[in-house]
Design a protein around this ligand. Structure first.
Ligand SMILES: NC(=O)c1ccc[n+]([C@@H]2O[C@H](COP(=O)([O-])OP(=O)(O)OC[C@H]3O[C@@H](n4cnc5c(N)ncnc54)[C@H](O)[C@@H]3O)[C@@H](O)[C@H]2O)c1
Length: 303
């Protein structure tokens, strides 16, 4: 049975973003808020101050905040007259939890459900950079440290998000269209579809970011849940900034990646792409890896 909740928003439900404390995860959380999500949960291991600042940023982009002056007054009047509170400001719940710790993660899901009652759209973007060395020099300890977050963390997140979504009634969104019970978007990378031999940190990421959780898409669809991956191009966030800015060789390599991408990419471009992929308008899109890279991977030239 479909939920009776209806809304004209692109994403009227509850969003849950791992790695939402900063970088791409925070941009995704903001995009969910801008697209009408009533609740946005950000899960991260960042300190309380960073989490509080991320919460404030997400809430400042909620529906109500985007209206001002006469436009806001008209919308408020409309809400009062029609009883449609679609303009209610988004609530952001920051949760400090480690995606590699299953118990910690289960408790983050439980806190979300206790606050908002359900989880409709998730984006699993908690991640760490690999050891920037050739494969032949990577130790097993270094390998396992990265795999714990970027692979096991995505597995734990997908598993418990599926378990929650499978219990829920889908949100009814358009008469005659199949109701979707949930959407999961897992982070991959351009390095998951294209080898980068000869670049400064080419070797490890090709192996690290395989979108294995896409296989879950074929199990999830029988429950009305979609699982996709999204591969960002080159976006200068804090994961890469320290290395790019401290080593002239890496800086040059980054500039050449951006040139091949066509231009500098912005975190909000990844955020909006994840929000669109999560929307019910993408109801038949399942098991895909959406590459968002300005054409980097199809560009066979070096610029
Ligand atoms: N920025 C890019 O150009 C780019 C390109 C392709 C893929 N990616 C991938 O996107 C993901 C996000 O990258 P970003 O650029 O936002 O980096 P970022 O470092 O700014 O953000 C990553 C966030 O994940 C959090 N995190 C790390 N380990 C965690 C854990 N165990 N539990 C919970 N949270 C944890 C960090 O605290 C941080 O807030 C990474 O996996 C990255 O490799 C980034």
């Amino acid at each position: 049975m479909a939920s009776t909740h209806k809304s004209s928003s692109l994403l009227p439900g509850v969003a849950f973003v791992t790695g939402g404390g900063r970088g791409l995860g925070l941009a995704i959380a903001v995009s969910f808020a801008k697209s009408g999500a009533r609740g946005v949960v950000i899960v991260d291991i960042q300190d309380d101050e960073t989490m509080a600042s991320a919460k404030a940023e997400v809430e400042s982009h909620g529906n109500q905040a985007s209206f001002c002056g006469i436009q806001f007054m008209l919308c408020l009047l409309f809400s009062l007259l029609t009883g449609n509170w679609a303009l209610e400001q988004v609530k952001c719940l920051p949760i400090r939890a480690n995606v590699t710790d299953e118990k910690d993660f289960e408790s983050a899901i439980a806190k979300t459900v206790s606050e908002f009652g359900r989880i409709d759209y998730t984006a699993n973007f908690a991640g760490v950079g690999g050891p920037h060395k050739p494969v032949s020099e990577i130790t097993v300890e270094e390998w396992e440290k990265v795999m714990a977050v970027n692979t096991t963390g995505v597995f734990i997140s997908t598993k418990h998000q599926l378990l929650q979504m499978m219990k829920q009634d889908p949100i009814e969104w358009e008469a005659g269209r199949v109701a979707i019970r949930g959407s999961i978007v897992n982070c991959a990378s351009v390095n998951s579809v294209q080898a980068m031999a000869g670049t400064v940190h080419g070797g490890n990421k090709v192996l690290t970011f395989q979108p294995r959780p896409l296989k879950a898409a074929l199990e999830a669809r029988q429950h009305g849940i979609r699982v996709n991956a999204l591969s960002p191009g080159f976006i200068l966030t804090k994961i890469a900034e320290p290395i790019v800015k401290s080593d002239p060789q890496v800086f040059e390599a980054w500039k050449s990646f951006e040139a091949r991408q066509g231009r500098t990419g912005k975190p909000e471009e990844i955020g909006d792409a994840v929000a669109l992929l999560s929307s019910n308008q993408m109801s038949l899109v399942n098991g895909q890896n959406l590459v968002v890279d300005g054409g980097f991977t199809v560009n066979t030239t070096t610029y």
